[in-house]
Ligand binder design. Structure first.
Ligand SMILES: Cc1cc2nc3c(=O)[nH]c(=O)nc-3n(C[C@H](O)[C@H](O)[C@H](O)COP(=O)(O)O)c2cc1C
Length: 214
């Protein structure tokens, strides 16, 4: 099904004890992935839900490879993105990106909620994610240059924030918390401010600014 604007489908593992075992978890992802095979413009495979029963098993490169092989067998021509945790080590990030490249993942979304904080058990969004999101973005842009579309997410509240992510290698920017604090008009504001920032730095096209700070 095609929509007037791009619609992304995001698939995560069902949050329950029955999907903890690897085979059951993969079957669970596959069921949702297949149900949306002909719906939307791109798919995100979310392996970084911070509250899922049994943790984040597909951070492990071997398990991730198993999952992506199964999903790829059902893949049509929609781009596939992988959504990552900001709490990964650099080695984990490298191993995941290597598997993602082997399995023809088109883009990496960096990143989901962080569990590295002192406020209890849940995941935190917004500015708490920003330092890791930026650090991981820069690492991926430098080490896997040209292999992925990089989508930066976590703590984007303004045109300046979005511009910083673009200059550090992001082709696309996502946000959630910024809109909760500032309202839906934030998107238009960011677009207008981005245009000003690009013009003041002498860019005629946003793609020329991608990676300018690397
Ligand atoms: C209440 C809440 C629910 C969320 N649910 C999901 C989800 O279901 N799937 C997902 O991939 N990310 C989910 N996220 C993570 C966001 O999509 C985003 O990756 C994260 O909040 C960092 O971006 P931000 O700082 O702009 O919010 C959720 C975030 C919040 C605050």
């Amino acid at each position: 099904m095609r929509f007037e604007i791009p619609i992304g489908v995001s698939v995560a593992k069902t949050n329950c004890a029955e999907t903890v075992e690897t085979g059951a978890a993969i079957a669970d992802y596959l069921k949702a992935y297949t149900a949306f095979k002909y719906i939307g413009s791109y798919d995100t495979i979310n392996i970084s839900c911070p509250n899922a029963f049994g943790g984040q098993p597909f951070v492990d490169a071997e398990r991730l490879s198993e999952l992506l092989i199964v999903l790829n067998a059902q893949r049509n021509n929609k781009p596939m993105f992988l959504k990552l945790s900001p709490d990964l080590t650099q080695d984990q990030l490298r191993d995941i990106a290597t598997v993602a490249k082997e399995q023809r993942v088109d883009g990496l979304i960096v990143s989901n909620l962080t569990k590295k904080h002192d406020f209890g058990d849940g995941g935190l969004s917004g500015k708490s994610v920003e330092p890791s999101a930026l650090k991981h973005l820069r690492y991926l842009a430098q080490e896997f240059s040209g292999d992925f579309v990089l989508i930066s997410c976590g703590g984007v509240f303004s045109g300046e924030d979005a511009y910083e992510r673009i200059r550090n290698g992001a082709s696309l920017v996502q946000l959630a918390t910024g809109m909760i604090f500032k309202g839906p008009q934030l998107i238009g504001q960011i677009n207008r401010d981005l245009a000003k920032l690009l013009r003041s730095d002498g860019y005629s096209n946003i793609s020329d600014a991608i990676g300018a700070d690397l």
